[in-house]
Design a protein around this ligand. Structure first.
Ligand code: HEM
Length: 394
């Protein structure tokens, strides 16, 4: 139900984070985009930007829409991210980012390209030989879990717990609902793990994790800042890529003509991955805090308010992407919003691309057709993906 409040900002009385709406949020996003450049959601006391140009401009204006007051919609969730890069503003942000950038740059990716490709070939050869497998647990989860945990230099035990922690971390971006509340103790488990288990002496020498502590030794950051930076790798780097790869198999199965095209022309793989990211963004939205009175498309947003920027809605904006629900591996939508934009634009996007391209190449060599069983969706406040996807390959 829509009504107009005092200003010209339409108001929507709905719960964006209900099971039903998380299962299929796109019709709601379309209603937001049609209603105006800004809509207001009283349930979470937040103004929403849903059109492509507005989401991108909002992400680019990091002095009006700040991250340092938290990027989630609950105070408890935001309290868990003190000192974490994603919830920081400058000058702290650039200081933290300089430590991560070194090891996540395209140049750094060249060093690990061959190794990632070999691991993808081995994993895909193994699952394809079985003919039937779960594209989420056996493929999409198995790959980033190993790659990222190895890169960070994590001890071998407990790697599976990364999934539970990442799920909790992203639920904590949402409002204070049941998913958010039950995630608090799980998150406490991650902090305990970092403090007691994944300590500096247990990290592989030369790994990205060890590099964080070396940066502290050089005085780039303080030693107190290391655990929070470490958390950024653990949470941001795993679940996102898993969901992108799981979603990809689902789309390739549903649209065999697109899969055929990709197999015929493997140079379409990068474009296909961008289209997967555009059409169903693993990370759907983010919250910023608006520090001054501002207008977006002529609609006012007052100072001291919550603003939700929906990447996934911008990606479906027909003003930007014609026929946005059509899956087209030739579209090459490199300016989608799935990695964010501006100051906080994803630090790990080169790694995500490297991993996904390697998996797609390995699948394209071996799989002519995917046939899927009934997928099971995993509901998370901001993360969109599948829990299971039974698949048979030919
Ligand atoms: C398909 C996979 C991925 C997606 C969809 C994704 C998405 C995003 C998005 C939307 C943001 C911006 C958040 C904001 O606007 O505040 C972000 C930031 C970030 N991502 Fe990714 N990400 C992915 C993979 C990775 C990987 C593999 C890593 C590292 C191993 C990583 C590390 C980070 C970090 C550290 C930030 C914070 C950057 C900052 O605040 O400056 N991400 N990611």
């Amino acid at each position: 139900m829509t009504a107009t409040i005092g200003s010209n900002v339409p108001r929507f009385e709905l719960d964006l984070f209900s099971d039903e709406n998380l299962t299929d949020p796109y019709p709601i996003y379309a209603r937001f985009r049609a209603a105006g450049p800004v809509v207001y959601l009283p349930a979470i006391d937040a103004y929403v930007l849903s059109r492509y140009d507005d989401v991108r401009a909002g992400l680019g204006d990091h002095e009006t829409f700040i991250s340092g007051r938290g990027i989630g919609l609950s105070d408890e969730g935001n309290a868990t991210r003190k000192g974490v890069i994603i919830a920081s503003d400058n000058p702290l942000h650039d200081q933290l980012r300089s430590v991560l950038s070194e090891r996540l740059s395209p140049k750094a990716m060249n060093v690990i390209r061959a190794e990632i490709s070999e691991k993808a070939e081995a994993l895909v050869a193994g699952v394809v030989a079985r003919t039937s497998f779960d594209a989420v647990t056996d493929l999409a989860q198995a790959f980033p879990l190993t790659i990222v945990a190895d890169l960070i230099g994590l001890p071998a035990a407990d790697r599976l717990r990364l999934l539970e922690w990442a799920d909790a971390g992203f639920n904590l971006w949402g409002p204070r609902n049941e998913r958010n509340i039950r995630s608090l103790p799980v998150w406490a488990g991650l902090i305990d793990y970092i403090v007691t288990q994944a300590t500096r002496d247990k990290l592989t020498p030369g790994s990205m994790g060890a590099a964080i502590y070396e940066a502290a030794d050089r005085g780039v950051i303080s030693h107190d800042q290391c655990p929070a930076l470490f958390v950024s790798y653990l949470v941001a780097g795993v679940d996102t890529t898993i969901n992108a790869i799981g979603n990809a198999v689902a789309y390739f199965a549903e649209f065999p003509d697109q899969w055929d095209m990709l197999r015929e022309k493997p140079n379409l793989i990068p474009s296909a991955f961008e289209e997967i990211l555009r059409i169903d963004a693993p990370l759907q939205l983010v919250r910023r805090y608006c520090v001054r009175d501002v207008e977006v498309g002529g609609s006012p947003i007052p100072a001291d308010s919550n603003v939700v920027l929906i990447y996934a809605s911008g990606n479906h904006d027909e003003r930007k992407f014609p026929d946005p629900t059509r899956f087209d591996v030739t579209r090459n939508p490199v300016d989608h919003l799935t990695f964010g934009y501006g100051l906080h634009g994803c630090a790990g996007q080169a790694l995500a691309r490297l991993e996904a391209h390697a998996i797609f190449r390995a699948l394209a060599k071996r799989v002519e057709r995917f046939t899927t069983g009934i997928p099971v969706r995993r509901l998370n406040n901001v993360m969109r993906g599948l829990e299971h996807l039974p698949v048979t390959v030919r």
